[in-house]
Every structure is written in structure tokens, then in C-alpha cells.
Ligand binder design. Structure first.
Ligand SMILES: C[S@@+](CC[C@H](N)C(=O)[O-])C[C@H]1O[C@@H](n2cnc3c(N)ncnc32)[C@H](O)[C@@H]1O
Length: 633
């Protein structure tokens, strides 16, 4: 076994909390595993049966055309049979008979619009390809089972595809993903009259013997019989640079690799004792020296890409949000590696408050990735969701209502988190159109021409024309933490920049590009609208609106407790001023009233996630919840 593995010979115990946390050993919730397993496995099977003849494609298209509504997920089409009441308030809670839990009427109407668009497209002449089925987030299990019932000649071909399919979880823990794979495969076996022999093709690896033993017990209980001994192995999936894979799974590796790889690799740091030369030889995202900013997760993605069958393999992984947005070299390199992998990449992004995908115990921000390797389509296709926040009552429809937007841009700087196709299109145009705001920001400000920006955001963009009063725990005046000063040419320019950052565009850009918390300097500098792109009259108007907003903000000082005290101004209290700025921005070339309305709606859904039940501005635990107004020093 390789040196790196020997170095890890003090085998940690997963029942000890510190070891569990260090290794990122957490069970994946059922809904997450089910979503990824279904979205990777069923298209892999549908793709495999295409080899049996294009007629099957026509058969599936026919099913979709004849009754498209049948394949929309039940949560997505909830309430569609009832009419919307007239004159509804888009911001008011929807009637539960028509809306999903916690939906506003505006959101219900948008969901229905999406259903109508899908129904029209699925029912239309061309029909979707298999790649669209995942992006459209249809009920693929139902489609496959219906196909087996109704498409002549499909069952034997499908059975062969099922029997040949190989599924791996390289860091399997107690087997959440392999059990989810069994949940997908078993009814399909039943539908095509096959013995559930797929259990011979579920493979798992974990560093820990006890995890592998638990995985075996779980699968055997789930499948009602033994899993072949060699399918579940104790081993180092990431740091072993020896011939582990070819000796552990010779037949699969000889066939080119696994058809489907699923998993939730550890997000933990790379152990210091791992051999750097070996790591560097194996992984492009490994740094020359140990760094706290690296993650086992980037190694896991690279490993999975190497283990995946060329031309057809499919991947479904839970990853840290950093994969989408961190500017650290390990993550930026991983994105460059990803950009060399042709096929369709779908990304969905999940914040950690008010709820987290893994519950209270593991408040990590995550991205889920679904990758379909394709030999047919040269180059890549990217699609993404916005950064999602949700409350516990909305968890039941979180995955069924995921909505992807296609992106056509270089992802090396980050994968933008946009909530609609309109947002994706506008963002692409803005990024392509010209230099970002940074070119208008200098280093030395003229008197009164500074814009201050706080170091983190939650429910609004913390930009100020004057620093908010800030106190420490004893009530003494202190400087606010982590503030950046941006210098402008004159006060009017500063008012204009301030208006831009406080607009709905500013908060949207933070949600699109940030890690969901920090507001780094680059994010302001990369703001995708330079002042020169704004026509002169609009510039003058925006500067005036910025000035009025700064005056109004003075009346809305708040005091926030975040490991010490931070002064802020409560921007949402200035809704009328922001609306005026947004209206003016809607006339700027490249933006539009429809786009501004769209981002206002998604900002409201995002920033009010903590407010839906009348709670504080920020969800508890995010460290931003205003406690009370600033005390007099
Ligand atoms: C976040 S848990 C996920 C477990 C399981 N896949 C699930 O989703 O429920 C990560 C798992 O990776 C395992 N692990 C950590 N480092 C590993 C490595 N180098 N090789 C194989 N498994 C590893 C841990 O033991 C742990 O069980």
C-alpha cells in the first residue's frame, strides 16, 4: 500500500465525534441521495438502451407527448388543477390548496408558468432528448417504468442494460447512496421482469472497516440477501496512488470504469502527513505544499472523473459550495480540470441557513453536481441553479422544484449561481460586454468620495457612504470589522457606485458570485457593470438616488452581534429608494424591466427566507441577526 496510506495508520474511529468531523464522515440524507441516484442512474440506463435502437427514443418521446403532465413531479404541478384567484398579492402566502408550503402567490404563479412551459415543450413536435429530461427535472422513474410497460421490445434490452450497469460510491460510509441506487433499480428490475441481480454491480469503498461493515449490513437488509464480498472494500479511495482500483475491481476497470459514480466525499482538509509528491503526481488540484484551503473533495472529483467510463459515465456528487465559488487555487484548478471534461454539468447550490442539507449537525454550504459524460457532444454544457435557502417545511419540495438555467461561459473564475434563464442570459451579456466596476474604483479618494463595504452579507448588500456607528461589548465605539474602502473620483461618482451596490443588482451579484457569506474586495471590483456602460442621464439620476438613499439610511442604524458587535444600516427599510434605483437601472442597456423584476423576486425569496414566519431579518445562527439598536455609548 502506498506511503500516504501507511502514514494514516492510526485508524480513526468514526464513533468518536472529533474523528468524524475531521474526516467529514456524515450520512447523506435520503432525499439528497435519492435525487442524485435517480438523476444519474435512470438517464444512464436510457442512454444504454438507445444502443438497442432509436425506436426506443421515439417510444419515450411518444409517452411524453401523449401525457406530458404525468411526468412532471407531483410537487412541481401541485395545485395546477385549481385556478389562481384574481387580484392576488404576489408577496402574500399562497393558499396551501394551490401553493406549496411557504410559497407566496408570486412564487406559485412562477411555478405554474414553468409547468405550462414544460407541458407545451414536452407535448410539442420535437420532444426532448435524454439530457433535457434531467435538466427539466422530470419524474424519470415513472417515465422508465411506463416505457417498460408500453414500449414494445424495450424490456429485454433494458434488462441487459440493468444487468450490465455498474454503480460505485468511492467513499461509501454506511451506504446511503448505494441504498438509494437500490431504491431506483429494484422497481425497474420488477418492471422488466428481471431478477434484481444489480446487487452484484453495486460497489463501495471506505477508509474505515466499520463503515464498510455498516454499509454491507444496510445493503443486505435492503436487498434481502448477500452482497458479493469483493464489492465493498476497505481502502483509501483518494490517497492511495497504487494499483488499488485495478486490483479491487479488475473486471470493472478492464471494461473502462464505472457507469455511475455517486457519493458525498469528505470535505475535510488533506491530512498533513499525506505524501506531497504522490499527491502532486495524481492530482492537478493538489498544491505544492500543504494548505488549509485545500480539500479532500477536489481530489475526490478528480478521482471520480478518472474512474468514470469514458464517453458515457455519469456522476452525482455532494460537494462543498467552494467548488463553485472559491477563488483558492485548489478550487480554481479543479474548475479548470472540470472544463476539460466534455458533457453536461448540472449544478445546484444550497445555503446553510435557515436550514442546511445535512441538518443542524453539519451546517455546510453545498453544491450538488450531476455530470453526464458524452462522446457525442463536443465541449461542455453548463447549467446551474441559484443559491437556495429554504425552511424545514419547504424541504419536501426542494429537489422536485429545482430549476436549472443554461450557462455558456468560462467557469474558471466560478460557477455563477443564477435562478432563471433570463438571469443567466443577462449575466453572460454583462460579463461579455465590457470591463467591470473595478476600473472606476481608484486607490486615493477625493474628500467625501469613499464607498465603504462590510466584510460579509446575509440579507442585503452592506454598502455605506458613511461608516455605521459600531460598539464593542462594553459599549465603546470601535471601527467596524472587515470594512473595505473604495475610492471614487468625486462625491457624485461615489453616490452612483453606492446606488449600484445597494440596488437589487448589487445583492443579486453577491448571491451569484460569493460563497454565500463573505464580501471580498474582488466581488465589488468584478461587479459586472462599469459606470461607462450607463448612459449619462441615468448616471446623474442614480447618483441623486444614491445621495437620497444615504440620507434615509441614517435613520435605520442597526446593531448586529457577530462575535463582537457590528454596526450596520438596515437597507431593506429603504424599500422605496431601492425601488427607484432599480427602476432607473431597468433602462440601462443590457438590463431590462423584466430582468430587474426577476432579480427583485429572487432576491426577495432569498433574503426573506428567514422572515417567512415573521422572524428576524437573518436566520438564527447566521451571525447576522440584529439584536437591538445601538446602545448609547
Ligand atoms: C461524508 S461521509 C459520506 C458517507 C456516505 N457516502 C454517505 O453519503 O452517507 C464521507 C465518507 O468518506 C470516508 N472517507 C474519508 N476519507 C476517505 C478516503 N481517503 N478513502 C475512502 N473513504 C474515505 C469516511 O470514512 C466517510 O465514511
Amino acid at each position: 500500500m502506498a506511503t500516504a496510506v501507511r502514514a494514516l495508520s492510526r485508524v480513526p474511529r468514526l464513533d468518536r465525534r472529533p474523528d468524524r468531523e475531521r474526516l467529514g464522515a456524515y450520512d447523506t440524507p435520503r432525499d439528497v441521495a435519492a435525487y442524485l441516484a435517480g438523476s444519474a442512474i435512470i438517464p444512464a440506463l436510457l442512454e444504454a438502451v438507445r444502443v438497442g435502437g432509436a425506436a426506443f427514443d421515439d417510444g419515450f418521446r411518444d409517452l411524453l407527448r401523449r401525457d406530458p403532465g404525468r411526468y412532471l413531479r407531483p410537487e412541481l404541478k401541485h395545485g395546477m388543477a385549481r385556478p389562481l384567484p384574481p387580484g392576488l398579492d404576489p408577496e402574500a402566502p399562497a393558499d396551501p390548496a394551490v401553493g406549496l408550503p411557504l410559497e407566496t402567490w408570486g412564487e406559485t404563479a412562477a411555478r405554474r408558468g414553468r409547468c405550462a412551459e414544460l407541458l407545451e415543450r414536452l407535448g410539442g413536435a420535437g420532444g426532448p432528448g435524454i439530457r433535457d429530461l434531467v435538466m427539466d427535472n422530470l419524474d424519470l422513474q415513472r417515465l422508465a417504468e411506463d416505457g417498460l410497460a408500453w414500449i414494445p421490445g424495450l424490456a429485454p434490452v433494458f434488462r441487459r442494460a440493468l444487468e450490465g450497469l455498474t454503480v460505485l460510491d468511492p467513499t461509501c460510509g454506511s451506504g446511503a447512496f448505494l441504498a438509494a441506487a437500490a431504491d431506483v433499480l429494484e422497481p425497474l428490475c420488477a418492471a422488466c421482469g428481471a431478477e434484481p441481480r444489480f446487487k452484484n454491480h453495486l460497489y463501495g469503498v471506505d477508509l474505515h472497516e466499520d463503515a464498510v461493515a455498516r454499509c454491507r449490513r444496510r445493503l443486505e437488509q435492503r436487498l434481502g440477501g448477500p452482497v458479493p464480498d469483493g464489492n465493498l472494500r476497505v481502502g483509501d479511495a483518494l490517497l492511495d496512488s497504487g494499483p488499488f482500483w485495478s486490483s479491487a475491481f479488475p473486471a470493472v476497470m478492464a471494461a473502462g470504469g464505472f457507469d455511475v459514480i455517486l457519493g458525498n466525499p469528505p470535505f475535510a482538509r488533506i491530512p498533513r502527513e499525506a505524501s506531497r509528491p504522490l499527491l502532486r503526481a495524481d492530482y492537478r488540484s493538489a498544491r505544492p505544499r500543504w494548505s488549509a484551503d485545500e480539500s479532500l473533495a477536489t481530489l475526490a472529483v478528480e478521482r471520480c472523473l478518472r474512474l468514470l467510463k469514458p464517453g458515457t459515465g455519469r456522476l452525482g456528487l455532494v460537494l462543498p459550495l467552494a467548488v463553485a465559488c472559491s477563488t483558492e487555487p485548489a478550487f480554481a484548478t479543479l474548475r479548470r480540470v472540470i472544463a476539460t471534461e466534455p458533457g453536461l454539468w448540472l449544478w445546484s447550490h444550497f445555503d446553510r441557513t435557515p436550514n442546511a442539507l445535512f441538518g443542524r449537525g453539519v451546517r455546510a454550504r453545498c453544491s450538488l453536481v450531476l455530470y453526464a459524460r458524452s462522446a457525442e457532444v463536443p465541449g461542455h454544457q453548463w447549467a446551474t441553479t441559484g443559491l437556495l435557502r429554504w425552511r424545514a417545511r419547504a424541504r419536501g419540495h426542494l429537489f422536485a422544484t429545482l430549476r436549472y438555467a443554461r450557462l455558456d461561459l468560462d467557469i474558471s473564475a466560478g460557477i455563477p449561481k443564477v435562478a432563471s434563464q433570463l438571469q443567466a442570459d443577462v449575466l453572460q451579456r454583462l460579463l461579455a460586454a465590457g470591463p467591470p466596476l473595478g476600473m472606476d474604483l481608484g486607490t486615493a479618494a477625493a474628500a467625501g468620495a469613499t464607498v465603504y463595504v462590510g466584510g460579509s452579507a446575509c440579507n442585503w448588500f452592506p454598502a455605506w457612504r458613511e461608516l455605521p456607528e459600531t460598539f464593542d461589548r462594553r459599549g465603546r465605539t470601535v471601527a467596524p470589522a472587515r470594512v473595505t474602502r473604495f475610492a471614487c473620483a468625486d462625491a457624485e461618482t461615489a453616490d452612483l457606485v453606492f446606488a449600484l451596490l445597494c440596488s437589487s443588482l448589487g445583492y443579486w451579484w453577491w448571491a451569484v458570485a460569493s460563497d454565500g457569506f463573505n464580501l471580498k474586495q474582488w466581488l465589488v471590483r468584478q461587479f459586472p457593470l462599469a459606470l461607462g456602460a450607463i448612459p449619462q442621464p441615468a448616471r446623474r439620476e442614480l447618483a441623486g438616488l444614491g445621495r437620497s438613499l444615504a440620507l434615509e439610511l441614517r435613520n435605520h442604524a442597526v446593531h448586529k452581534d457577530n462575535r463582537g458587535r457590528i454596526g450596520n444600516f438596515r437597507l431593506p427599510a429603504c424599500a422605496a429608494e431601492i425601488l427607484a434605483i432599480d427602476r432607473c437601472l431597468a433602462s440601462v442597456p443590457g438590463l431590462s424591466p423584466a430582468f430587474m423584476a426577476d432579480i427583485r423576486a429572487s432576491n426577495a425569496a432569498f433574503s426573506s427566507a428567514g422572515n417567512r414566519t415573521g422572524g428576524p431579518d437573518c436566520p438564527p445562527g447566521c451571525g447576522h441577526a440584529p439584536r437591538r439598536r445601538a446602545p448609547s455609548p
